[in-house]
Design a protein around this ligand. Structure first.
Ligand code: SAM
Length: 217
């Protein structure tokens, strides 16, 4: 029963991301705080496999995670030697991420900030990544591109919008949304497929995966 309630709360919160009348950031923050306060939300707590594969063999540098949630990726990236900053709108997510990093004795920078207001800076990061953040990322694509160092990478995984049919409300990246949003970068990988999805409890779902690189001028 708890699991059904957790799933209901999770999908309700996800759907809010794109509902006709956009929720305020305060409403989003409260919904995600409630989701993260539940211990048995149905999602994969391991770091995102596509992200880990994308950085294999890369020299660690400065990284930014947009929407770090409870920090599963941020902590894994810090363990790999990346100097990583995670931002999120949920103070409960940030609190849990910082506590877990401390417990594991790894250094992360966990910042309570909306992706829409965050100061991304210029040529600051070797890697900007996001998993299951959708329009929160593409709405800020121009700022992310400016924040990339030359040769810097963007790595993204999220639901494809066909997921909307499964949950009965709008969710996910629209067709070719990522290549369009990041067309200033060199797209080195793009996949629109069905596969195991972290935020679908590891069960298959429509998924997009994306890697792009900023060319040296
Ligand atoms: C589905 S969770 C994904 C968390 C994490 N990326 C992961 O895959 O484990 C969505 C996250 O986006 C965060 N979020 C929602 N709106 C945001 C915004 N405007 N700025 C930053 N984070 C936001 C939520 O608080 C939540 O942590």
């Amino acid at each position: 029963m708890r699991k059904i309630i957790a799933g209901y709360l999770l999908w309700g919160t996800f759907g809010l991301c794109l509902q006709a009348e956009a929720p305020t950031e305060q409403q989003q923050k409260e919904r995600w705080n409630n989701v993260f306060a539940i211990s048995d939300i149905p999602f994969n707590r391991q770091p995102n496999a596509f992200l880990l594969k994308s950085v294999q063999g890369k020299t660690p540098g400065m990284a930014l995670e947009i929407g770090m949630g409870q920090g599963r990726n941020t902590i894994a990236m810090a363990r790999l030697g990346w100097d990583v900053t995670g931002i999120d709108i949920s103070d409960e997510g940030i609190r849990q991420a910082a506590a877990e990093a401390k417990k594991q004795n790894v250094n992360i920078r966990a910042i309570l900030a909306s992706a829409n207001d965050f100061d991304y800076g210029m040529a600051r990061y070797d890697l900007v990544y996001a998993t299951f953040e959708h329009q929160i990322v593409t709405d800020n694509a121009a700022k992310i591109v400016a924040a990339e160092k030359p040769e810097g990478m963007v790595v993204i995984e999220g639901f494809q919008e066909d997921m909307s049919k499964q949950i009965g409300r709008p969710l996910g990246h629209r067709v070719n949304e990522l290549p369009r949003a990041f067309d200033q970068l060199r797209i080195v990988y793009y996949e629109d497929t069905v596969g195991p999805a972290d935020w679908n409890d590891g069960k298959p779902a429509p998924i997009v995966r994306f890697i792009a690189r900023k060319e040296q001028k």
